[in-house]
Design a protein around this ligand. Structure first.
Ligand code: PRT
Ligand code: MG
Length: 221
């Protein structure tokens, strides 16, 4: 495909809840995605709008794609955005989707309040190192952070860590692993992020999408 044939806008989404919860916003803009990512192996999906295509990337890669212009826009969790740092990204809109919270959790038999009162050094396993570092520093708690890429719930059960910092939505995963939520660090939802250069060069179609999305978000709150 020559660049002249390429759709004007590329939107980066991750499979799963972000993709699923972005669909209604696109629909409100009169746009339908032409393929189901759970069934197709394609990573670039067309839409009913010839001016817009969707690229499927790992959730943690969405900010990176948009930062470097691999995509013009993307939808990403505030958690992922904080860890990325947000460089090169314009963040015009909280889409109020894929909501959850970042929390501290420990084994049900671990006395977290006591450990904190004692000034003990805590071993904390997490994928969210920036969020955890900032939170415990503000609290004046000394921590050794252990970076993990998934299955954080396992860390306190195996003795790898005293506590985890992880996303919680229903709390069922914690409960199933005999963990309890002891602190709520912040509420999370997903944001629209836009490449700063694209915003200047493709102002009209991007502004249009932002407008429709923001009206739809407002109408559903
Ligand atoms: O799964 P993968 O490793 O590919 O990447 P990812 O986990 O980063 O992506 P994905 O699609 O799972 O999450 C994308 C974004 O969705 C996150 O960055 C959050 O902003 C948002 N989100 C909302 C969540 C949840 N809710 C959520 N519940 N992301 C993850 N979870 C996890 C949670 O950590 C727990 O392990 O889902 C599990 C179930 O949660 P409970 O509390 O309902 O049991
Ligand atoms: Mg996941």
């Amino acid at each position: 495909m020559s660049s002249a044939d390429r759709p004007a806008l590329t939107l980066a989404l991750s499979k799963g809840r972000i993709f699923d919860e972005t669909l209604p916003l696109l629909k409100a803009a009169g746009i339908e995605v032409l393929e189901d990512p759970e069934k197709s192996r394609k990573l670039i999906i067309g839409t009913t709008d010839p001016g817009l295509q969707v690229v499927l990337v790992r959730a943690t890669d969405v900010p990176t794609y948009v930062q470097y212009g691999g995509a013009d826009l993307g939808v990403t969790g505030k958690d992922t955005l904080i860890e990325h740092g947000g460089q090169g990204l314009y963040q015009p809109l909280d889409l109020q989707i894929a909501k959850c919270r970042v929390s501290v959790a420990v084994r049900a038999d671990f006395d977290y309040a006591f450990a904190v009162r004692q000034g003990s050094r805590l071993r904390v396993a997490t994928k969210y190192v920036a969020i955890a570092r900032e939170f415990f520093a503000a609290k004046g708690v000394h921590v050794d952070l252990i970076k993990l890429y998934g299955s954080m719930e396992l860390a306190p059960l195996t003795g790898l860590a005293d506590a985890i910092v992880d996303l919680v939505s229903t709390g069922n995963t914690l409960k199933a692993n005999n963990l309890v939520e002891v602190e709520r660090i912040m509420d999370i939802s997903s944001r629209l992020v836009v490449n700063q250069a694209a915003l200047k060069l493709k102002q009209e179609p991007i502004r249009h999408l932002i407008d429709v999305f923001s009206r739809t978000v407002e109408a559903t709150q």
